[in-house]
Design a protein around this ligand. Sequence first.
Ligand code: PEP
Length: 257
Amino acid sequence: MNRKYRKTVIAGNWKMNMLASEVKPFIEQLKAELPKTRACEVVLCTPAVMIPAMIKAGKEAKVAAGGQDVSKFEKGAYTGEISASQLADIGAKYCIVGHSERRQYHGEDDMLVNAKARALLAKGIQPIICVGESLEQREADLTMEYVAYQVKAALSGIDAAQLRKCVIAYEPIWAIGTGKTATSAQAQEVCEGIRAVIRKLYGARPARAVSILYGGSMNAKNAAELLAQPDIDGGLIGGASLKPVDFAAIVAASNQE
Ligand code: PEP
């Protein structure tokens, strides 16, 4: 982390878990566990139907609400989709785009991820743009090449002012939900590489200001070491964000200097 230049973000991704009725008790327990002072933004990205409950319950606990997906379209005949204006209207502050599960199960490609990020930015929602390599790509030594391509594609047409609202999450696919975490050195290497790609695209200052998160089996035990890396500015956390004690411990780990 480097708090001098950028904000630390600890974001949970609840995926398709929990119920709206469980949000309030979860936040009450989380609030009791969270450190009294914290140096990061805490976000929970929930299924869209829970965002209003998260905003209500999260206000006092200072937990921001985020979505997990958005339509690239503004409005119209797109049954089942949710637009960026609809997310903004209910008060979502962040939204994940390009999560590997959406790329894998819903065929989302880099162009669509870019369109979704731009749709969010147009409505004042901060996209958490996920990138990351498969195990085959890592083993073939293609990690940085592939991740650099994903970053460039996701940021296409996004200007430096909009970049300041973007958060990048490096999530090696092989580490998501598997219990296998990238080592802090592996995660740092790719996050540093992502910053270098952004530096080439936008220059030194914007690159220095972008928050880059690590995601992939981050938990209460490994968070401190990952977050101590200079280019890792927080975490995107799946499994451990469903447990208030564990999620609060990750927030506490981000308090380190
Ligand atoms: C994720 O879904 O973004 C994620 C990182 O999941 P987990 O922490 O469970 O690996």
